[in-house]
Design a binder for this molecule. Structure first.
Ligand code: NDP
Length: 682
């Protein structure tokens, strides 16, 4: 079988480097990858010219909807991927992380994008900046899709998740992708890309796949392209320093070797639940994916007094790991991805022996199932104990990318902090403690060296997603040795594929550009009340100025009785005189309630519900005898897609509300959100 690439709308292979791929479990032949040798400039152009314009034409919500559809499609076909995944040495549980973990990331991102971003082709970021005294010159940040392609060079260990977690934010950002998977497991990535292409959900050319070498692809990148890399620090640094990448300032996100640590805090004793949780987690991180995880615990930092207790408990647990053919019942740990990878791990094990003692030898005495003599890339968990970790850089530097970890003891919490930081930058760190003081001290003194940290105690252990699981909504990436990049992390990841620009001009110009009302922009008004209009009929900048209302003492008394709020500033003449306001004032909540009474059109109409209030500020006090008036303006419209159970087709209208007094001063400003019926389903 030939493993193929999908480029410029075709499945093909080349006439270059030939790699033979074998089953990690039994050495059986899977197929050959024959690398492409030319055409890389055309593949980039195909993405830029065929897919880019189509993706950019869609709104962010439309792109996110497609991602959701695609995730459902892939989920329906997941069993095909599981079958193939066994050949990588992964157990069903390992493959779940890779396959369903990747698909869940797509669902999560689709939701994040539709919830947190406007339904437009670009992003308006943050508040408008006032740049002049009179408010006629303002600024606003926007993010638009880069007009290039994002090239993702991925590691072998997560052939599905590694691809999906990167292509999802890029596609939602409107940028087509070229995926280059680690060759040794690229047959699984190929199967998923085949499904993506067959689904016909994404615009043609959105996802291209290059199996094998990427040839001179990097020479043809332009200023609008982006590169992400996951793999070894050596390759990452080489690619990051590629002359074309430097010359064109091409963003390069790197995730590389990470010597992640897990700290058992000094308050924990062997009788505590947290002790057992720690042993379980270290063992789990060593054995899931046979330890071939960028987030795995490589350094277990433990109190010196617990060295024997931790060693014994961990060895006992690891010895219970049944290793073997991942398709056989009872097997908990499969094979490494290949014999070459096992050789690399064994070479790293040799290096780790300097200054550390092997206390559990991965080549001896393990229970195995369905493993035939010398076949497959199997290796059992290997545990080191480093006697003098503060003066030995090796366990903090050598990443044995397999089921290998080192115990290192500390004496006093300062030493634990020093050891954690000796990793010189990690993706993940965890702390097991019952003590909030220890949690705070350890986190605040080591977070500078980590991309993500978790604190585990018995209160959260049951629901914890674990040390090694990156999540769509949280940052994945780490400083220093971990590559200095940042993948995932909610909307941040989408923005990595977009250009942020500061736009300056008059409020009216900025309103026209951003499709959002900017205070001070020209507004329009109509004889028809805006609450009588359907979603489609409302224009950005359409405004209603209400009648006026003079606030009386009776208003304050009535509101106080109704709400039960008899705060002195509203009710105590003497205390109010001494107060910040120097007089009795109306409740802020009365002002916004009265405002609603003034701008609402009470009859039945297209406005279905009040969704909430954002950015509320009481700017000036309202006293007895002050006269208020409200200006209500359509600020932003968010079209919602109809779900099968929804009674109405709707959109959210964000209204800018400004309550002013008789001196034309703002007394309250805020946004209200209403759910408004749409006339059309499309
Ligand atoms: P590599 O750095 O060798 O490869 C990573 C990716 O880069 C692969 O897709 C590889 O392709 C590609 N690549 C290699 N050379 C080039 C090049 N010159 N131009 C373009 N692309 C290139 O890492 P491996 O995946 O082989 O893993 C090696 C070690 O890296 C592991 O043992 C582990 O220590 C570390 N690693 C760390 C990870 C982390 O995130 N912490 C994740 C994975 C690995 P190809 O497969 O075709 O060579």
């Amino acid at each position: 079988m030939k493993i193929q690439s999908y480029v410029a709308g075709q499945w093909c292979s080349g006439d270059g480097r030939e790699d033979t791929l074998v089953n990690s479990v039994n050495d059986e032949f899977i197929g050959n990858v024959v690398s492409l040798t030319s055409g890389f400039d055309q593949f980039l152009n195909y993405g830029r010219e065929v897919a880019g314009p189509q993706l950019r034409q869609l709104t962010i919500h439309e792109r996110a909807e497609k991602i959701k559809l695609l995730a459902k499609y892939l989920l329906d076909r997941k069993e095909e991927f599981y079958r193939i995944s066994y050949m990588t040495g992964a157990t069903r549980a390992d493959s779940w992380v890779d396959i369903e973990g990747g698909i869940v990331t797509m669902f999560s991102y689709s939701g994040i994008a539709r919830r947190e971003l406007n339904n437009d082709t670009f992003i308006v970021e943050g508040a408008t900046e006032q740049l002049s005294k009179e408010g006629t010159f303002v600024g606003q940040h926007i993010l638009t899709s880069k007009e290039g392609v994002s090239v993702h060079i991925n590691a072998f260990n997560f052939p599905v998740w590694g691809m999906l977690e990167k292509i999802t934010p890029s596609l939602i950002a409107g940028v087509p992708v070229i995926v280059k998977p680690g060759t040794v497991t690229c047959y699984l990535t190929e199967a998923v890309v085949k499904a993506i292409v067959e689904s016909e959900i994404l615009p043609e050319g959105s996802v291209q796949l290059i199996c094998g070498s990427v040839g001179d692809l990097l020479d043809h990148l332009t200023e609008q392209d982006v590169v992400t890399f996951t793999g070894s620090a050596a390759t990452g640094q080489k690619l990051k320093a590629h002359p074309n990448i430097i010359a064109k300032s091409i963003p390069f996100t790197m995730e590389a070797d990470s010597l992640n640590c897990s700290i058992l805090a000094p308050d924990v004793t062997p009788d505590d639940v947290e002790f057992d949780l720690y042993i379980k987690e270290v063992a789990r991180e060593m054995t899931v994916k046979a330890g071939q995880k960028c987030t795995a615990i490589r350094r277990a930092i433990i109190p010196v007094t617990l060295t024997d207790a931790v060693s014994e408990a961990l060895i006992k647990r690891l010895k219970g790991t049944v290793i073997g053919d991942p398709q056989k019942d009872g097997v908990r740990m499969g094979a490494l991805v290949g014999k070459h990878q096992r050789d690399d791990v064994l070479a790293a094990v040799e290096q780790l022996k300097q200054g550390s003692e092997i206390i559990l030898n991965g080549l001896e005495n393990f229970q195995s199932v369905g493993v035939g003599n010398s076949k497959g890339a199997f290796m059992a968990p290997t545990l080191f104990h480093c006697q003098n970790p503060l003066n030995n850089s090796i366990p903090h530097t050598i990443e044995a990318f397999g089921p290998v970890s080192t115990l290192m003891a500390y004496d006093g919490i300062d030493q634990a902090i020093t050891l954690a930081k000796m990793g010189r930058g990690s993706l993940t760190g965890s702390i097991f403690t019952k003590s909030q003081e220890h949690a705070r001290e350890l986190i605040l003194n080591t977070a500078s060296h980590h991309g993500r940290m978790l604190v585990i105690d018995q209160a959260c252990a049951k629901e914890s997603t674990g040390h090694g699981s990156p999540l769509a909504s949280l940052v994945h990436g780490g400083p220093g040795r971990a590559g200095g990049g940042e993948e995932l992390g909610g909307v941040r990841a989408i923005k990595h594929y977009m250009q942020r620009s500061a736009i300056q001009g008059s409020p009216t110009s900025l309103m026209a550009i951003t499709n959002q009302y900017v205070r001070g922009a020209k507004t329009t008004s109509d004889r028809v009340h805006p609450f009588r209009k359907y979603f489609e009929e409302l224009a950005i900048g359409e405004s209603l100025t209400t009648h006026r209302r003079t606030v009386t003492e009776a208003d304050i008394v009535n509101f106080g009785c109704l709400s039960g709020d008899h705060f002195y500033a509203h009710f105590d003449e003497i205390a109010a005189k001494d107060s910040f306001f120097e007089k009795r004032v109306a409740h802020g909540y009365f002002v916004i309630s009265a405002a609603a009474g003034m701008f609402v059109d009470p009859g039945q109409g297209p406005v279905i519900a009040n969704y909430g209030i954002d950015n509320l500020r009481f700017v000036e006090p309202v006293g007895i005898g002050d006269t208020i008036q409200v200006k209500l303006t359509v600020k932003r419209k968010i079209k919602k897609s109809k779900k099968p159970d929804d009674k109405y087709v709707t959109g959210v209208v964000v209204w800018d509300v400004e309550v002013i007094n008789q001196n034309n001063e703002a007394v309250a400003i805020y946004d209200i959100l209403t759910l408004v019926e749409r006339q059309n389903e499309a």
